[in-house]
Design a binder for this molecule. Structure first.
Ligand SMILES: O=C(O)C1=C[C@@H](OP(=O)(O)O)[C@@H](O)[C@H](O)C1
Ligand SMILES: C=C(OP(=O)(O)O)C(=O)O
Length: 450
């Protein structure tokens, strides 16, 4: 399905206090990896809580095209994998739609196989840089036999007869790049080393260990992580319960903070410390967020969050925190619009290469809705208006970016005037339940005619 033909606008209006309990869908990062590792392992993998968003379904389709069996039985997804080293050449191009994670991790997964694989995607994905993944793959012996200018998709990989292990220092804070090299190592003899100067989400390392890969992580005195992985080992199917996605939780969370009088509970949220930067920041801003029932589920920390309407104040968000909240800056910028004083967000260079240039897309959307902000090369500062007086009234260009759409719909719930987004169709890539879940909490969001 293409989202580019018929835009579906939506409008969010000032809402009365939000209330109720929400269960957000499964974590996108863990869901992609569950399909990939389950599809690669020997035997059966059973997954509950999987995110059934379009991005993850594309990964499932890719794994099926390479020989995995994937079925949904009731609430469970059941995968019979090919066995490590036994993926088949896909007969047609793999279409990853809008998904950076799915495409980049799969490039790593298949790159070291002695076969050809073509990757295609939508207009947003085709504009995103793939050289960050292709560079280390080339060092391992992978040929890029066709790519759009600037190492972009569509592109075709031709794997070597036998790949060579490398030591690779990840040059930018990117879990996708780290993961692509680790996955390429699975079909490479010997030990591949990935050096990660700045820690990013660690789902690949944790989950590969769970599937039986020989992978070790050492952190040196400077805090630099060295990840060692031995290729061509056996992976065995697992039982996985995917926790709720903290990036998706960010939307009802910020909505409840900025709509006065709100009191909601968000259940079963992943609290892995590489993902909780938004919660830390909002608590620093004075957000009333209670972390309830902290527990461990399937090797990950999870908790329920009680969130109440709050008087927020602006803060400086340090650059070091960026990797732990990288997808949450658009919605944090919205929270900042309702805070007293200035919020300064730093270290945002990676936002420029997401589904849209998120730094520019957020700044333009805020300006269109009367917010006072300054866009720097790698920073964004927002000067807030407690109560939201004068905010709203604009239409936001979403540029095929789900997080821009959801963030600005949240803004409309507490702004004096409605906020319109030009297209909400992309929300289905990561959070298909968004509209219904927000409506159940009392949010006034209408899908307007095109
Ligand atoms: O590894 C992952 O699952 C992800 C890594 C991040 O991307 P980068 O690695 O490009 O920072 C994040 O933005 C994306 O939504 C999911
Ligand atoms: C950046 C994101 O995803 P991806 O890179 O997988 O497209 C996101 O979901 O915000």
């Amino acid at each position: 399905m293409s989202h580019q033909a018929v835009p579906q606008p939506a409008v969010a209006r000032k809402s009365k206090s939000l209330s109720g309990t929400a269960r957000i869908p499964g974590d996108k990062s863990i869901s992609h990896r569950s399909f990939m590792f389950g599809g690669l392992a020997s035997g059966e993998t059973r997954i509950t809580g999987l995110l059934e968003g379009e991005d993850v379904m594309r990964t499932g389709d890719a794994m099926k095209a390479m020989g995995a069996h994937i079925d949904r039985r009731g609430a469970e997804w059941i995968i019979t994998g090919t066995g490590n080293g036994a993926l088949l050449q896909a007969e047609a191009p793999l279409d990853f739609g809008n998904a950076g994670t799915g495409s980049r991790l799969t490039m790593g997964l298949v790159g070291t196989y002695d076969m050809e694989t073509t990757f295609i995607g939508d207009a947003s994905l085709s504009g995103r840089p793939m050289g960050r993944v292709l560079d280390p793959l080339r060092q391992m012996g992978v040929q890029v036999i066709d790519a759009a200018p600037g190492d972009r998709m569509p592109l075709t990989l031709r794997g070597p007869r036998q790949a060579a292990p490398i030591t690779y220092r990840v040059p930018m804070a990117s879990a996708q790049v780290k993961s692509a090299v680790l996955l390429a190592a699975l079909n490479t003899p010997g030990i591949t080393t990935v050096i990660e100067p700045v820690m990013t989400r660690d789902h690949t390392e944790k989950m590969l260990k769970g599937f039986g890969a020989n992978i070790e992580v050492e952190t040196d005195e400077q805090g630099v992580r060295h990840i060692f992985i031995e290729g061509q080992g056996k992976l065995t199917g697992q039982v996985i319960a995917v926790p709720g996605d903290p990036s998706s939780a960010g939307f009802p969370l910020v909505a409840a903070l900025i709509v006065p009088g709100s009191d909601i509970t968000i259940e079963n949220v992943l609290m892995n410390p590489t993902r909780t930067g938004l919660i830390t920041t909002l608590i620093e801003m004075g957000g009333k967020i209670d972390i309830l029932n902290p527990r461990n589920a399937g090797g990950e920390d999870v908790a329920d969050l009680r969130v109440r309407g709050s008087e927020l104040k602006g803060v400086k968000v340090p650059a070091e925190r960026a990797p732990s909240m990288i997808d949450e800056y658009p919605v944090l910028a919205v929270a900042a619009c309702f805070a007293e004083g200035e919020t300064l967000m730093q270290g945002l260079e990676e936002l420029r290469v997401k589904e849209s240039d998120r730094l520019a897309a957020v700044a333009r959307g805020l300006e269109a809705n009367g917010a006072d902000c300054t866009e720097g090369e790698t920073t964004l500062s927002v000067r807030g208006v407690p109560g939201g007086k004068g905010l709203g009234g604009g239409t936001v260009k979403t540029h095929l970016d789900h997080r821009i759409a959801m963030s600005f719909l949240v803004m409309g719930l507490a702004s004096e005037k409605p906020v319109t987004v030009d297209d909400q169709a992309m929300i289905a890539t990561s959070f298909p339940e968004f509209m219904g879940l927000m409506a159940d909490l009392g949010a006034e969001i209408d899908q307007t005619a095109a």
